[in-house]
Design a protein around this ligand. Structure first.
Ligand code: SAM
Length: 247
């Protein structure tokens, strides 16, 4: 895969421009030159082979050569609600969620939460999404939703076919015993904060399926990614890339 760069301006014509961190990366880190080939993506599902036509101090102009629609998404859409951990662990969580194909990440506001991201923090998470998408080849961006109080998240998920809450409680079934989801229906996942959900919060999800991830206490990001990986792997069995079928 060529070097990939993201532009948040939809690519509709045979020319495109990179600015901001993407231009910085291409100009200063990779020392791009006029004529170099790169691949652009704009989050619409397409990827665009392109060539650099000019480089300024902080702007790169490119000629767009083609559009290829390349889907690297899961067949099942995953919404991951998670009470975020602190610091660098947020970056790790977002990066891996992108790689595993999660569609939407909702930072949950919970009583025992340790991090309530403000606007700047949400923007930073969005930047991690772009970096991870460049690396793993996704042409649609994982959406970082605005932080949501836990009870509101539960209400939004009302009526969803699959709602799974990572929980140690006695009614929790082992994740491995879950049956494969219907790929045409979305899955909603929830992981509590470092201090766990309160009993009152757990009551708001009384009709969610509780799933156990084993007898060890996992950190928030490990629990979230274990759930996401479970669905991502199921998808890789059913959503075999063309050319691999029957081989
Ligand atoms: N002391 C907290 C408690 O007892 O709930 C530990 C919370 S744990 C660090 C953070 C979240 O990860 C939990 O709220 C739960 O959603 C999820 N989690 C961690 N380990 C788990 C496991 N083994 N099974 C199910 N969920 C788990």
């Amino acid at each position: 895969m060529d070097r990939r760069f993201f532009t948040d301006h939809p690519i509709l014509h045979d020319a495109a421009q990179l600015t901001g961190p993407e231009a910085e990366h291409l100009i200063r880190v990779l020392r791009g030159q006029v004529g170099d080939a790169v691949t652009l993506f704009d989050g619409s599902g397409g990827e665009f082979p392109a060539r650099i036509t000019s480089l300024g101090r902080s702007v790169v102009d490119l000629a767009v050569l083609a559009r290829h629609d390349v889907c690297r998404e899961l067949a099942t859409s995953i919404t991951l609600g998670v009470a975020l951990p602190k610091g660098d662990r947020q970056r790790w969580l977002v990066e891996k969620a992108v790689e595993l194909g999660v569609s939407r990440l909702v930072p949950l506001i919970a009583r025992r939460g340790v991090a309530e991201p403000g606007q700047a923090a949400v923007a930073r998470l969005g930047r991690y999404v772009i970096e991870a998408s460049k690396q793993c080849g996704r042409n649609r961006l994982l959406q970082i939703a605005a932080p949501l109080p836990w009870e509101q998240y539960c209400r939004q998920a009302d009526g969803a076919a699959s709602r799974l809450l990572a929980d140690f409680g006695p009614g929790a079934i082992p994740l491995a015993q879950l049956s494969a989801p219907d790929p045409t229906r979305g899955v909603w996942l929830a992981v509590g904060p470092e201090g766990g959900f309160t009993d009152e919060e757990l009551a708001a999800a009384a009709d969610w399926q509780r799933v156990s991830l084993g007898p060890r206490i996992l950190r928030v990001e490990t629990a979230a990614l274990t759930l996401a990986a479970f669905f991502s792997l199921q998808d890789s069995v059913t959503n075999v890339p063309p050319g691999k079928l029957g081989s």
